[in-house]
Design a protein around this ligand. Structure first.
Ligand SMILES: *[C@@H]1O[C@H](CO)[C@@H](O)[C@H](O)[C@H]1NC(C)=O
Ligand SMILES: *[C@@H]1O[C@H](CO)[C@@H](O)[C@H](O)[C@H]1NC(C)=O
Ligand SMILES: *[C@@H]1O[C@H](CO)[C@@H](O)[C@H](O)[C@H]1NC(C)=O
Ligand SMILES: *[C@@H]1O[C@H](CO)[C@@H](O)[C@H](O)[C@H]1NC(C)=O
Ligand SMILES: *[C@@H]1O[C@H](CO)[C@@H](O)[C@H](O)[C@H]1NC(C)=O
Ligand SMILES: *[C@@H]1O[C@H](CO)[C@@H](O)[C@H](O)[C@H]1NC(C)=O
Ligand SMILES: *[C@@H]1O[C@H](CO)[C@@H](O)[C@H](O)[C@H]1NC(C)=O
Ligand SMILES: *[C@@H]1O[C@H](CO)[C@@H](O)[C@H](O)[C@H]1NC(C)=O
Length: 771
């Protein structure tokens, strides 16, 4: 105990004699990347200053004396890297400020607090002194992800892991020294509560002000307020000569003690780990993924029927690879089956707990409950859950069985592109009433509220004429059967019906007839409302609905025929690809169509499924938006809505995944993806290109940052470079994760037309405010 206190006195509190050994940095000194980029400790082991991060530089403390240049502390860790023209000043008034470029506002790393000199100490601590030689600021009191010998983690403070070994921004795990004496690990963003803990020191209730301490011989231990040793995490007593130690919470969520033998000039080796099971850290695999140990390495796997949101990025988690129904669709339309996943454990967020003798009962209970998306069965208890499932891992010693509800029609191993490449040539407005999740109570609400008169006059057989203000022609089934020559020529197929080519008016007008495959009685009101609303929208960038058939169980919709197929068809077929000017015209057409839906209709309409397959090309190369099957009508005073996820993977705005309210900005996001596809003439996900380019948005942002946009269009594309840059910037604004940062469609159109300036966009993922 005496030795510990002596050690604390020596290292944690300053003594004037220690300073003499160190470099002395006076006010007015400054650093720049390149030459004079650091202030080095006397021993040369530690340096404070600039180090390379990404394409630029960051400021921090690193081990300058070893080849790995291991970073142990970072200033302003979540700020962007600074440029090579940055300066770090220990300014005349004693503040430590970082300035990226002369135009940018300086970032204060340490306030003056009356400091007159600074020093990089041999312990790895960077300190500011006042004129009485007292420490007024020290990096040891602001730890990031690492502790060095002599440094303490005080009660109430935390360490946060970095994103990766090379990116020291805040990652997804934390280590907290709680005020009750317990040292715990949690995922970032979770409350300090038991269900989220994945490591604990086992010392709760040992008093206020317990600290985690670290001595030069690799001893990690907890001391209470009166200096009593409560617990040793590591025993210490390791060699101290020519060996240095480092404790760090690694990007994988485990905190480790590392040693480094300076003599051998070798490598860090881990002496101790908080856990030896790499699947322990909760949240290592994102939502709907679970951790599996393979050769002692952690690996994330998606639930059956799911796939990774971003290939290779575990944190982003997994999403369904099928369209999910809302609870409005009835059981007869149940398209689901259950998949079994043995020996897995998950966070328990059950909304219903049932008792069953056998697992099959649990499986069936979930299948028959439209709210149930997964069920966990263990010890005769069945827990019904909703998605997303979190903190999953395989645990062979656990008898838990998870049942996952998956789409029946879509085998999990079906390649993604097959289902996406349905070239839906025709507008499918009214697929609506079969559309899962589409016509929810909101729409019924509109009908009842706004059209209550009309509603009340509905005859009971439901087979009604639409009122006269809908300028749609009504067809008999026989007429359409004749028009399509017995539904002979199929031109498209969607999830809700098949589209046939036909001709009306004695063969003079070519039309597309969509035959909806299944009809629900409950869908009737919704069907007609949608017809009323969409039937009245007329815009040259929306495909026109001409008529319908509503006879017995037959429901058909008649549209103008588009001989040039979909945008996907021309954009992704090399021989058909339009030139730059034509592409810009298409981008404007789509924007005008969406703007009309958002701002010029009687009621705001969120299309929800903007993608190249749903943009049709007319004879004049004009783009028209089609398929309102997933559209969402907002009430007159409504600007946002909560609904189940809808749309197509790759085009769906992130707020859907996060179960946040959705606004018209969801369409802006999808538009941004389509815009980038139109610019680059390729799909947003393309596995046939090198991996670093497979995800278009990542590649675009990378090229944009690197200032190399020409790569994106290739050498054979004659492109106005200025315009290209504007379009890319616009695309990046549209795909911001944070919906409020995306421009409105009106703004988009102004930017497309070159009437307003486009500022430099931030990284699309940098500003999302909710975890
Ligand atoms: C550092 O330098 C300043 C002025 O150059 C001096 O006042 C101060 O005493 C020095 N500190 C140490 C620890 O040598
Ligand atoms: C680097 O700093 C040293 C002293 O700190 C100074 O003598 C030298 O001129 C500086 N070099 C440059 C290029 O600023
Ligand atoms: C930092 O120091 C440099 C060189 O003395 C000076 O040009 C620059 O304006 C200073 N920046 C700040 C923010 O004080
Ligand atoms: C610290 O621990 C010692 C030994 O367990 C105990 O006697 C003492 O009361 C504790 N101090 C505080 C402030 O809890
Ligand atoms: C713990 O620290 C706080 C602030 O440093 C202090 O106010 C409090 O008295 C301390 N508690 C104990 C038991 O030492
Ligand atoms: C912790 O380890 C030290 C030796 O490093 C030992 O003296 C002490 O008794 C141990 N304390 C506990 C609580 O195990
Ligand atoms: C240090 O270890 C890493 C991985 O264990 C290895 O890739 C690297 O080459 C080693 N470096 C040296 C200098 O041995
Ligand atoms: C992985 O996904 C997460 C969440 O979507 C994101 O914050 C992170 O930046 C992504 N990482 C990489 C390397 O793309």
């Amino acid at each position: 105990m005496d030795s510990i206190i002596a050690f604390l006195l020596l290292s944690a509190f300053c003594t004037a004699s220690a300073q003499q050994m160190e470099s002395n940095i006076s006010r007015g000194s400054y650093l720049t990347p390149g030459i004079n980029s650091t202030w080095v400790s006397r021993s040369g082991l530690y340096a404070f200053g600039f180090y390379q991060q990404g394409n630029g530089y960051a400021v921090g403390i690193f081990l300058a004396g070893i080849p790995q240049k291991t970073v142990v502390w970072t200033a302003n860790r979540d700020g962007p890297p600074v440029s090579s023209s940055a300066t770090l000043n220990f300014s005349g008034d004693g503040t430590l400020v970082l300035q990226s470029t002369p135009e940018q506002t300086p970032i204060i790393i340490a306030n003056s607090l009356g400091s007159t000199s600074a020093a990089m100490l041999h312990t790895g601590n960077f300190v500011l002194y006042n004129s009485d030689q007292q420490r007024v600021w020290q990096s040891f009191e602001h730890p990031t992800d690492s502790l060095l010998p002599g440094q303490r983690l005080l009660a109430g403070t935390e360490l946060f892991s970095s994103i990766s070994e090379t990116d020291h921004s805040t990652g997804i795990f934390r280590l907290k020294m709680q005020r009750d004496g317990h040292l715990l690990q949690f995922p970032v963003g979770s409350p300090d509560m038991t269900p989220y803990v994945y490591y604990g020191s086992g010392t709760p209730g040992t008093g206020d002000n317990v600290t985690l301490n670290f001595s030069p011989d690799g001893h990690l231990y907890l001391l209470n307020a009166t200096g009593a040793n409560i617990k040793n995490l590591t025993d210490g007593g390791y060699p101290t000569k020519e060996t240095i130690y480092l404790m760090r919470i690694d990007a994988d969520g485990i905190f480790r003690l590392y040693s480094y033998d300076l003599k051998q000039n070798g490598n860090w080796s881990d002496v101790w780990s908080s856990s030896y099971d790499l699947c322990d850290p909760k949240g290592l695999c994102g939502l709907n993924g679970y951790c599996v140990l393979n050769d002692n390495k952690a690996q994330c796997v998606c639930l059956p029927g799911f796939e990774m949101v971003h290939q290779g990025n575990w944190t982003a988690g997994c999403e369904r690879n099928f369209n999910a129904a809302s609870c409005n669709s009835k059981n007869e339309y149940n398209e689901y089956t259950m998949r079994e996943l043995a020996n897995t454990v998950w966070e328990d967020i059950s909304y219903s707990v049932l008792s069953f003798p056998i697992k099959e009962d649990c499986e069936r209970a979930c299948l028959e409950d439209c709210n149930c998306e997964a069920a966990l069965f263990k010890d005769r208890t069945c827990r019904k859950q909703k998605l997303p499932l979190r903190y999953g891992r395989r645990q062979l010693t656990d008898s838990n069985i998870a049942f996952i509800k998956v789409g029946k029609s879509m085998p999990a191993d079906m390649p993604k592109d097959n289902q996406k490449d349905l070239r839906l040539v025709i507008l499918i407005v009214g697929a609506v009433f079969l559309t899962f999740g589409c016509m929810m109570s909101v729409v019924s609400g509109i009908v009842l509220y706004k059209y209550h008169f009309w509603y009340r006059t509905l005859p009971f057989d439901g087979n009604v004429e639409l009122s006269d203000d809908v300028a749609l022609r009504r067809f008999t089934y026989l007429e359409l059967e004749k028009a399509t020559d017995g539904f002979r020529e199929e031109v498209g197929r969607g999830s809700f019906g098949t589209v046939y080519k036909g001709a009306i008016l004695n063969g003079q007008k070519v039309v597309a007839v969509k035959r909806l495959e299944k009809v629900l009685a409950e869908g009737e009101i919704e069907f007609q409302t949608e017809m009323k609303v969409i039937g009245r929208t007329h815009h040259r960038n929306l495909v026109c609905l001409l008529g319908y058939c509503h006879e017995g169980s037959h429901r058909l919709l008649v549209y103008e025929y588009m001989c040039n197929g979909s945008l996907a068809n021309i954009l992704f077929t090399p021989e058909k690809q339009p030139c730059w000017e034509e592409r810009m015209g298409i981008a404007r057409d789509i924007a005008r169509g969406i703007l009309y839906l958002h701002e010029e209709c009687e009621r705001q309409i969120i299309h929800c499924d903007i993608k190249p397959q749903n943009i049709l090309m007319d004879d004049y190369g004009r783009a028209k938006i089609s398929d309102f099957g997933l559209a969402k009508l907002l009430k007159p005073d409504q600007t946002r809505t909560f609904t189940g996820i809808r749309g197509t993977r790759g085009y769906v705005a992130p707020e859907w995944h996060r179960k946040l309210p959705v606004t018209v900005k969801a369409d802006v996001y999808s538009y941004g993806i389509v815009l980038l596809e139109v610019i680059c003439r390729r799909k947003s996900m393309d596995n046939s290109v090198p991996e670093d380019r497979a995800i278009l948005v990542d590649w675009v942002y990378h090229c944009f940052e690197a200032g190399d946009l020409e790569q994106l269009v290739g050498p054979n594309d004659e492109v106005d470079k200025k315009q290209l840059e504007r379009m890319i910037k616009l695309g990046l604004w549209c795909i911001q994760d944070e919906p409020s940062l995306r421009p409105s469609m009106k703004k988009v159109l102004l930017m497309l037309e070159g009437t307003v300036d486009i500022p430099t966009p931030p990284s699309p993922t940098s500003f999302f405010s909710v975890i």
